[in-house]
Design a protein around this ligand. Structure first.
Ligand SMILES: *Cc1c(COP(=O)(O)O)cnc(C)c1O
Length: 312
């Protein structure tokens, strides 16, 4: 087995430079020398040769630091097989037929015990699965199981992990909606656009004076009932959204439950509005915090306006 390592650390990335130095020290060891090589100055032309010439592409980031893992995708069309951490694209793409995985899809910080566990997983997969399969040849010298895995990887993954998908998804999910939004704002003499400018101006002007009253909570078999008064300082209540927020648990998305405004006529104090919502009692009351965010049907919040006011 021949291990080819290539990489480049940013001039300000001391930890990355240290890591490369450690690799180089390790490679100088006479036992490692015949099997490991480090190629410096990783760039597009070097990567072109690497992705064409590698049988297995090994990528071992600590989860969740792999942003995407495009290099693994570049390997697909060249018939290379991926052995990677279940992070980035590989968490989405991996099945046992198309390659190999390490990790458990969970985050473990920089726990050295977990690093050691994953290193052990890597050695096990290489020793017990990758290498035997690669050298398992038929009478003609063909590694049939290896080829089946390579074919599965190429045929199942290349259509899904391609520049065509990237361009299509950017177009459908971002460029076209942005173009439609622009048309919507600028048409009819810019009515919607003007409305947005006024909406934003009012929010910015009043935002620092928004305030919460006391949070009233009652719990019963139906769930937790939250009720809170909010001082809007004359803002149109439709220009904001009051919601109950809780961080996601077990990898789930956060809870963002919109709170409902009581009929304004019932509110005795001007500029105050009362909001309420009931959530299931699955999570403790202390997990939830009310907050106010901007609301406008034609505006992408928080991308275009990132105001937020937490109840503290
Ligand atoms: C593909 C490529 C990358 C990205 O690699 P990842 O594994 O996706 O981070 C970086 N540098 C070069 C020169 C590349 O060709």
């Amino acid at each position: 087995m021949q291990l080819i390592i290539a990489g480049k650390a940013h001039p300000a990335d001391r930890a990355g430079q240290d890591l490369i130095r450690q690799w180089i020290d390790f490679i100088r060891h006479p036992v490692a020398r015949r099997h490991v090589i480090f190629l410096s100055d990783y760039d597009m032309s070097l990567t072109e040769h690497l992705v064409q010439g590698s049988d297995v592409w090994v990528n071992t980031p600590r989860r969740p630091w792999e942003a995407s893992g495009t290099s693994g995708m570049k390997v697909l069309v060249n018939g290379g097989i991926n052995l990677s951490e279940l992070d980035g694209w590989w968490a989405e793409a991996y099945t046992p037929e198309v390659g190999w995985a390490i990790g458990d899809g969970q985050e473990h910080g920089d726990d050295p015990a977990w690093d050691a566990n994953e290193a052990e997983q890597l050695y096990n997969v290489l020793e017990n699965e990758v290498v035997p399969e690669f050298y398992d040849r038929n009478e003609q010298g063909i590694p049939t199981k290896w080829l089946a895995r390579m074919r599965a990887s190429m045929s199942r993954l290349t259509p899904q992990y391609s520049a065509a998908r990237t361009v299509r998804e950017y177009t459908e999910q971002h460029y076209l909606p942005a173009a439609i939004a622009f048309h919507n704002r600028s048409t009819l003499g810019g009515t919607v656009g003007t409305n947005i400018v006024h909406w934003e101006r009012a929010l910015r002007e009043k935002w620092s004076s928004l305030a919460f009253g006391e949070l009233r909570i009652s719990s019963n078999s139906d769930g937790h009932h939250f009720e809170i008064d909010v001082y809007l300082d004359g803002l149109d209540p439709n220009s904001v959204r009051v919601e109950l927020y809780a961080d996601g648990v077990n990898g789930e998305s956060p809870v963002r439950q919109e709170m409902n405004r009581f009929d304004a006529s019932k509110s005795s104090e001007p500029d105050w509005a009362t909001y309420q919502v009931t959530v299931t009692a699955m999570r403790p009351v202390a997990d939830f915090t009310p907050r106010i965010v901007p609301k406008h049907e034609s505006v992408n919040v928080p991308l275009e306006l990132d105001l937020i006011r937490w109840q503290r």
